[in-house]
Design a protein around this ligand. Sequence first.
Ligand SMILES: C[S@@+](CC[C@H](N)C(=O)[O-])C[C@H]1O[C@@H](n2cnc3c(N)ncnc32)[C@H](O)[C@@H]1O
Length: 277
Amino acid sequence: MSELVDLDEPEFTRIAELVHSRYGIDLSKKRTLVRGRLNGTLRSLGYRSFNEYMEAVEADETGGRLTEMVDRLSTNHTYFFREADHLDYLVSYALPALWGDQAEKGLSETRIWCAGCATGEEPYSILIALADRFGLSRLPRHPIVLATDISTAALRTAAAAVYPPSRVREAGDVVKRGYAKSEPDGTLRMNGELASRVLFKRLNLMRRDFPFRRQFDAIFCRNVMIYFDQPTRVALVAAFRRHLRPGGFLFLGHSESMGRQVEGYQYMQPAVYRSLG
Ligand SMILES: C[S@@+](CC[C@H](N)C(=O)[O-])C[C@H]1O[C@@H](n2cnc3c(N)ncnc32)[C@H](O)[C@@H]1O
C-alpha cells in the first residue's frame, strides 16, 4: 500500500478556508479526515503535494475539480426513516393544519423541500410517509418533493433509486408494502411511481438567493447545519423562512435544534418550527 501524501498546516488551512467560504462546511478540526479523504484523489490525478493539487482546483474555471473535492469531503451519512417522529408530525399534524378543510386541494398543491438530501433516503422516506397516510394513488403525479444537495456523487445514487442490501433491513417492510422491490441480489429498488414524485437537483445552500418561485409547505434541512458555524446556521434559517409559505414548517435535525427562540418562527416541538408568515 502506498504512503499517504503529507498535508501540512498551511495546505490544510488553504483547503479548509476554501471549503468553508464556498460551502459553509467547517473542517477546521478535521485535518486527519481531509488528508485521508483527499489522498486517493491526489494520487489518482498524479499530484505529489496538496499545494500542487490546490493550484489545479483553484485554476479550474469549470469548477469540476472543486465539485469533485467537495464530493470527497462532504459527509453523506443518512438512512431510511431517520428521526421518524418528524415524518409522523408532517403527515399527522403539519400538513392537515395547513390544509384545514381543503385537504384534497392541499394535497394536490403540496410542495416539500428536502435541503441536504444526501443519497435520497430522506426524500423517499417523506414520500412513503405521505403515501402511507394519504394513499400513493392520491398523491399528485408531479414531483412533490424537491431534494437538493451539493454532492453530485450522492445525488447520482439518489436519482438511481437503488440501494445496497444493507439498506433493506433499515427500510423495514417497504418492500412488502410495495414502495420498493428487492432484486434477486438483495438490492433495493424504489417503486418508480414513488420515485417520480421527487426531483433531485444540485444546489449549494450557501447561495441564499434560492431560485424558487413558489413557497414550500415544509422544508427539511436535517443533519446538514451540524457542519456549519453558528452565523451560517442563523442566516440559512432566515433564508428558509422566505421560502416557506406563512405557517409553513421547518424541520431541523434533533442534534442541531436552534432552541425555542428563533426569529420569525414559532417553536413547535424539538427541532420543528413554524413560520410566523
Ligand atoms: C449527513 S447528510 C444528511 C442527510 C439527510 N438530511 C439526513 O438527515 O439523513 C448532510 C448532507 O448535507 C450536504 N451539504 C453539506 N453542505 C452543503 C451545502 N453547502 N449545500 C448543500 N448541501 C450540503 C452534504 O453533501 C450531505 O449530503
